[in-house]
Design a protein around this ligand. Structure first.
Ligand code: GDP
Length: 430
């Protein structure tokens, strides 16, 4: 992925999240000097399998699993200080050396206990199907200029005042929602007093660090969480997350100039999944949907929630390719489809007899549509041992060729299993 021209690369999910970004980042990070998370919070769970061990990383970039790679949590992330500390402790227990390799932007906002309570009590959060980790309320406070940032921990008095303001607002919201629960200033202040030394030891001006590293020729990977269709501006609003998951968010969320980005890799599953509520035009109902969920083990890494499964939607991915400026695709979980007799690719949407090939901004349009499918024969052969394109059955290659064509984006990687080595690299094809 990295070469002389491509030094700063963004990896984004190009569907509704859970595309297998963790694995791709893990594979690509081998050649990176820096891996930076740029948005989201502890709701995003990347799963990386190394040997017999599996690591679920919620906030720390999965690049941490490569010795020598430096990792940073950018200003665009909302950081849960408690789970960060736990995550670091777990990594250290598992023998991963974190010391001197992990940095946190001093501008990142903190997810505090009152954000989590507001999230848990909010019926709006339930309707959207959020993970209830306080991410949305924290981003709300950020936009309302009421947030607490990592750098505020340097000034205990100011930090207390900010917490007081946040708590006052949270309690007003709880009352408004009809909840009898209330939050307490001291709980949060005590938590922050306990965690401040650890957090401040990691805090840095991450944008500046990356800028300097880039000037010295470092290979920098900017790692997105969730997927493009969950972007607060470009996703299926309001069933979205609270941040910009797309590549524009990589620039603002890491503190890197947009002109510094050399390539954008979009990760997609060979089918589609979505967790939580909101439109999923190609959803597979009934037994076949269950079967795909079982084959793909489609249960959330953070919450264990079953994911809804659908056919590959080329309208969605072509849209994501445009919004992100994708320079390549990584298709994951091809092996999950190995046993199916036939597969469908969604090539457009039929709305009242009219063909639509562009993804609409108005999600009510998605309720009325019928997906137009191209059916393709299944390959009925295991693909998990394939390491080159030639190792794949003819039908699987035809399927991938059609994906490439419909999405107007070349495929750089095909992943055929959970392990690091189960990948076909097409990057570098002429
Ligand atoms: P992320 O948030 O985009 O990293 O995705 P998740 O970690 O939630 O989900 C990806 C899951 O799929 C993880 O358990 C991965 O180990 C697994 N996975 C990734 N690539 C493949 C693949 O090619 N085949 C199979 N069978 N599983 C994969």
């Amino acid at each position: 992925m990295f070469d002389r021209e491509r030094r700063t690369v963004v990896v984004v999910g190009a569907q509704w999240g859970d595309e297998g970004k963790g694995k791709l980042v893990d594979v690509i990070a081998e050649r990176a000097d820096w891996v930076v998370r740029y948005q989201g919070g502890a709701n995003a769970g990347h799963t990386v399998h190394i040997g017999a061990k599996s690591f679920v990383l919620h906030q720390i970039p999965s690049g941490i699993l490569h010795p020598g790679v430096r990792c940073a949590i950018g200003n665009g992330v909302v950081l849960d200080p408690d789970t960060l500390a736990q995550e670091i402790d777990e990594l250290v227990e598992d023998g991963v050396d974190v010391e001197g390799r992990l940095y946190v932007s001093d501008r990142a906002h903190l997810v505090l206990p009152y954000h989590k309570l507001v999230d848990a009590e909010s019926s709006a959060s339930k309707e959207i199907g959020t993970t209830g980790r306080g991410i949305g309320p924290c981003y709300e406070d950020k936009a309302a200029r009421r947030g607490v940032r990592v750098l505020d921990l340097r000034h205990p008095q100011r930090c207390r005042q900010l917490v007081e303001r946040g708590v006052e607002h949270a309690n007003a919201r709880l009352a408004q929602m009809g909840s009898t629960k209330r939050v307490d200033v001291e709980v949060t202040v005590t938590l922050l007093e306990r965690l401040a030394p650890r957090l401040l030891a990691l805090s840095e001006d991450v944008g500046l660090m990356i800028h300097r590293a880039r000037r010295q020729g470092a290979a920098v990977l900017l790692e997105g969480a969730q997927g493009s269709l969950l972007d607060v501006d470009h996703g299926t609003y309001p069933f979205v997350t609270s941040s910009n998951t797309t590549s524009g968010g990589a620039a603002t969320g890491a503190g890197v100039a947009p002109t510094a980005i050399d390539a954008v890799l979009g990760v997609v599953k060979a089918y589609t999944t979505r967790v939580g509520n909101g439109p999923l035009p190609t959803e597979i109902e009934g037994a076949l949907g269950e079967e795909v969920r079982r084959l793909g083990n489609e249960y959330g890494a953070t919450t264990g929630r079953p994911r809804r499964c659908g056919w590959f939607d080329a309208v969605v991915v072509r849209y994501a390719a445009r919004v992100n400026g994708l320079t390549g695709l990584a298709v994951t979980k091809l092996d999950v489809l190995d046993t199916l007799d036939e597969l469908a690719l969604c090539t457009g949407y039929d709305v009242d007899g009219e063909l639509h090939t562009e993804f609409p901004g108005d999600i009510t349009a998605l309720e009325a549509l019928e997906p137009c499918y191209q059916w393709m024969p299944g390959w009925k052969t295991p693909t998990s041992g394939a390491r080159t394109l030639d190792d794949l059955p003819r039908e699987a290659r035809a399927y991938l060729d059609r994906v490439e064509e419909l999405c107007e984006t070349r495929i750089d990687f095909v992943s055929v299993g959970t392990r690091r080595d189960q990948i076909i690299g097409l990057d570098g094809r002429g």
